[in-house]
Design a protein around this ligand. Structure first.
Ligand code: NAD
Length: 402
């Protein structure tokens, strides 16, 4: 099918999606970047060059995608009209400005895809788009299809790894989507990863794993830190201890309990896409895990996590200290755990472990989200907790008011 693909963003994932999609002549590819002069720089870079993506295929052979996306712009009125699918490939903290920019140009039947949308993506959309959200189909994934990085801005990027399977969830608008959402995203991504969709859209918000993996492991390692520099940055996953693994498992258990409570209130909601972290890890990384004897050993022996270390800053006098300003707390708490906690509050599920981590994390980043057991802190305006948008019922977070 002839497919009009609009990609939002200008970073690693946006380069790769634009390059792969544009390598298929059936796709008409536009990119919208609202960040500084990024669109202008990327456009200029492509005047004298193609966009080249380097990767190694399954047989170990070096391969490339070589293409040229049709349009790179910072102007939503040029980029948005006529799009069949609009794909968010930009960190969550930057999403609000994209929803605002899309809104005046959105047409009923458009399909908007979060890749990843991260936790609370749809709440922000329902709030900003208002009535316009009625005609839109939302399709959220909880990750990016590749591990990738830009090697030369605008011109070249490395795809370090492709996911084999890529599972999301769809919420259809009141208007039939212009294109089949699943076929369309697959066409824009090429044969790998193999895309699928099941369960309610809310399931993607609840299973956005960065939201709880990173803060849980940070808490486990540093909550009783004595403030003295350590000799080197500890391994993030390989260095996990039993207590931290148990905490992460308990936090994930609280999220599964939230999903169960929602389904108990409304039997029509399918949250079978909300799984415990040990099952998610096995689904994502079955071939990468050497020892599946326990959750702790799975995390420690996952080759995909090899060598990843805690974020730290160097100390003048030697050694390193944890960097609490890194995205593992600054983004993953307000755009992750706080969203989960807000949903728990609506459905009345106690979350003692999530509360403990938010209370610790919000202090370190100088914010206030959870106060006296409620998501009412003065900084909820920077989060995507449902309460921030005035959504305080299950119907509201499911988008049933649209
Ligand atoms: P990235 O870090 O490359 O994104 C950078 C881009 O974000 C910039 O180019 C700009 O377009 C935008 N941006 C940055 N600061 C901004 C600001 N202050 N205001 C507005 N826009 C700003 O992101 P990525 O690596 O493409 O990842 C996209 C998403 O996918 C993220 O949520 C990331 O966590 C997730 N992810 C990435 C990878 C990966 O391998 N790159 C893997 C898994 C998940």
């Amino acid at each position: 099918m002839h497919l009009k693909v609009l990609i939002l963003g200008g970073g690693n994932g946006a380069h790769v999606h634009a390059g792969i999609a544009a390598s298929n002549p059936d796709n008409e590819v536009r990119v919208l970047s609202l960040f500084q002069d990024e669109a202008e720089r990327w456009s200029k870079a492509l005047e004298s060059s193609d966009l080249v993506l380097d990767y190694t295929d399954v047989d170990g052979k070096e391969q490339q995608f070589v293409s040229k996306p049709g349009l790179i712009t910072n102007d939503p009125k040029v980029a948005v009209p006529g799009s069949d699918i609009i794909v968010f490939v930009v960190p969550a903290f930057a999403h609000a400005q994209y929803w605002e920019a899309l809104k005046p140009h959105m047409e009923p039947g458009m399909v908007v895809i979060g890749m990843p949308g991260a936790a609370g993506w749809e709440f922000q959309a329902y709030d900003i788009l208002g009535d316009k959200a009625k005609g839109i189909t939302f399709f959220n994934f909880n990750s990016l299809p590749w591990t990738c990085r830009v090697t030369e801005f605008g011109k070249r990027a490395d795809i370090v790894g492709f996911k084999e399977h890529f599972v999301g969830a769809i919420r259809k608008g009141r208007v039939e989507p212009k294109v089949d959402p699943l076929k369309a995203i697959q066409q824009s991504l090429g044969p790998l990863p193999v895309c699928a969709a099941y369960g309610d859209l809310l399931g993607m918000t609840l299973t956005y794993t960065n939201a709880f993996i990173h803060p849980s492991i940070m808490y486990g390692r540093w909550h009783d830190w004595d403030g003295k520099p350590v000799s080197e940055s500890p391994l993030f996953y390989q260095g996990l201890d039993q207590t931290s693994a148990d905490l992460l498992s308990s936090v994930s258990g609280e999220i599964v309990a939230i999903a169960k409570a929602i389904c108990a209130k409304n039997a029509d909601i399918d949250l079978s896409n909300v799984k415990h972290i040990s099952d998610i890890t096995l689904d994502f990384y079955a071939d990468d895990i050497e020892d599946k004897s326990s959750f702790l050993r799975m995390m420690q022996s996952n080759k995909a996590y090899e060598g990843l270390r805690h974020p730290v800053t160097n100390n003048e006098g030697g050694g390193v200290s944890p960097n609490f300003k890194f995205r593992y707390l600054c983004e993953d708490v307000p755009f992750g755990l706080v969203v989960h906690r807000g949903i728990a509050e609506i459905v009345g599920v106690p979350t003692p472990n999530i509360d403990k981590i938010i209370t610790w994390g919000q202090g370190l980043i100088g914010k206030e989200f959870l106060v006296d057991g409620k998501i009412t802190g003065k900084d909820i305006g920077m989060t995507r907790a449902p309460q921030r948008y005035g959504f305080t019922t299950l119907d509201a977070i499911l988008g049933d008011h649209l």
